[in-house]
Design a binder for this molecule. Structure first.
Ligand code: PRP
Length: 175
């Protein structure tokens, strides 16, 4: 099994803190929409949403990187595979990601949703790899900055494996 990078307890404690911050920041909002980015965010989103006291709705969006099938690294271009069902104009939108790697996906989604005139638009991610960032993208709610290692678990996969590990593990895909 993958070596542990972040334990289940550490994740839970951080999710509780993030939920508190979000509760405080959106205390006066009755229009908060969490937009989970499939597939990786599904566990983080589920845990975060269940910790929130503020009224919210859950939506999902799915994207794909061009060239993904030939190459497991991202080519830089992103396309929308599945859109949210709700009109987000005038709403408080919070994009929920599992990981920001190059930043390409989050930057793309930010632009797509911003164009729909939400009342506010913010971003949350459980993990970020500062050493890999290629595009500038603001993260408003961050779980953990991590080193440039291949991570799995808690929603993140390696060739669809390990998504439901309860912790963040690291693997060596070549080893
Ligand atoms: C991962 C992750 C982010 C994105 C981050 O998704 O869930 O959406 O890559 O990378 P970036 O910052 O370089 O854009 P992936 O394409 O692996 O799909 P999945 O969530 O369905 O596993």
């Amino acid at each position: 099994m993958p070596d542990v990078l972040i334990t289940e307890n550490e994740i839970e404690a951080r999710v509780v803190e993030l939920a508190r911050e979000i509760d405080d920041d959106y205390a006066t909002s009755d229009e908060l929409i969490l937009v989970g980015v499939l597939k990786g965010s599904f566990i983080f989103l589920a845990d975060l949403a269940r910790r929130l006291k503020v009224t919210h709705r859950v939506e999902f969006i799915a994207v794909s990187s061009y060239g993904e099938s030939e190459d497991t690294t991202h080519s830089g271009a992103v396309r929308l595979l599945m859109d949210v069902r709700l009109d987000v104009s005038g709403k408080d939108v919070l994009i929920v990601e599992d990981i920001v790697d190059s930043g390409t996906t989050l930057e793309y989604l930010y632009r797509v949703l911003k164009a729909r005139a939400p009342r506010s638009l913010k971003t949350a991610t459980l993990l970020r790899k500062p050493d890999r960032l290629q595009v500038e993208v603001e993260v408003n709610y961050l779980g953990f900055d991590i080193p440039d290692v291949w991570v799995v678990g808690y929603g993140l996969d390696w060739a669809e494996r390990y998504r439901t590990l309860p912790y963040i593990g690291k693997i060596d895909p070549g080893g």
